[in-house]
Design a protein around this ligand. Structure first.
Ligand code: PRP
Ligand code: URA
Length: 209
């Protein structure tokens, strides 16, 4: 079974509270999502493997650690996942960025794919799928399905706000995918929105409502 890590760092929780409030405008929402993503990326990368290399300081030669192992790819689920990319690239500027376009059909609430472009070097990348909202889990499960079909094996999911139903859906469909999240809210409402949540993340991020 995959692991779920709740990032309860005070800065993350404080900024998330600001984002949740309905009078938080697009500019602040965007900035806060980017800042939280960077703070969460710091936690997600905590277990990256290190190796020692020989270097020369101005004083002497010594051994020092650098990150080893596979490179990273960041895969935002469009649209709202786009707001989490900058925070990652601030910390890992060499990461490649793939995109998966999915929207929830307003009637069925099921994900519909409209775009998929991923880095080509499958064997060399660990992928981090990013999306602020994990509601029914349909979008994240479908995105990870697409990514696995293209040969990727090492995948992590990073979301901002989720609920038990979404987490269970991902764990059932993809037990090998660990989930990093800032908050697990109470439930879904009749329109499959997270309660209390923060509303429609894509619309709040891009000012489309
Ligand atoms: C939102 C959100 C997730 C999805 C979560 O996207 O960004 O991708 O819903 O819901 P789920 O877990 O029930 O699938 P939306 O479909 O509204 O598209 P958008 O980002 O383009 O607004
Ligand atoms: N998508 C969102 O943007 N918010 C929710 O609460 C659920 C799905």
């Amino acid at each position: 079974m995959s692991k779920v890590f709740v990032i309860d760092h005070p800065l993350v929780q404080h900024k998330l509270t600001l984002m949740r409030q309905k009078d938080c405008g697009t500019k602040d929402f965007r900035q806060l999502l980017s800042e939280i993503s960077m703070l969460m990326a710091y936690e997600v990368t905590r277990e990256l493997p290190l190796e020692e290399i020989e270097i020369e300081t101005p004083i002497t030669k010594c051994k020092s650690k650098i990150i080893s192992g596979k490179k990273l790819g960041i895969v935002p689920i469009l649209r709202a996942g786009l707001g989490m990319v900058d925070g990652w690239l601030a910390l890992v500027p060499t990461a490649k960025v793939g995109h998966i376009g999915l929207y929830r059909d307003p009637e069925t609430h099921l994900p519909v794919e409209y775009y998929c472009k991923l880095p080509m070097d499958v064997a060399e990348r660990d992928l981090i799928v990013v999306d602020p909202m994990l509601a029914t889990g349909g979008s994240s499960v479908a995105a990870i399905d697409f990514i696995k079909k293209r040969g990727y094996k090492s995948i992590t999911l990073m979301c901002l706000v989720g609920c038990p139903e979404g987490i269970q859906a991902v764990q059932q469909a993809h037990p090998d995918v660990n989930i990093y999240i800032a908050a697990i809210d109470e439930k879904l409402n009749e329109n499959k929105y997270i309660v209390p949540g923060l509303g429609d993340a894509g619309d709040r991020l891009f000012g489309t409502k």
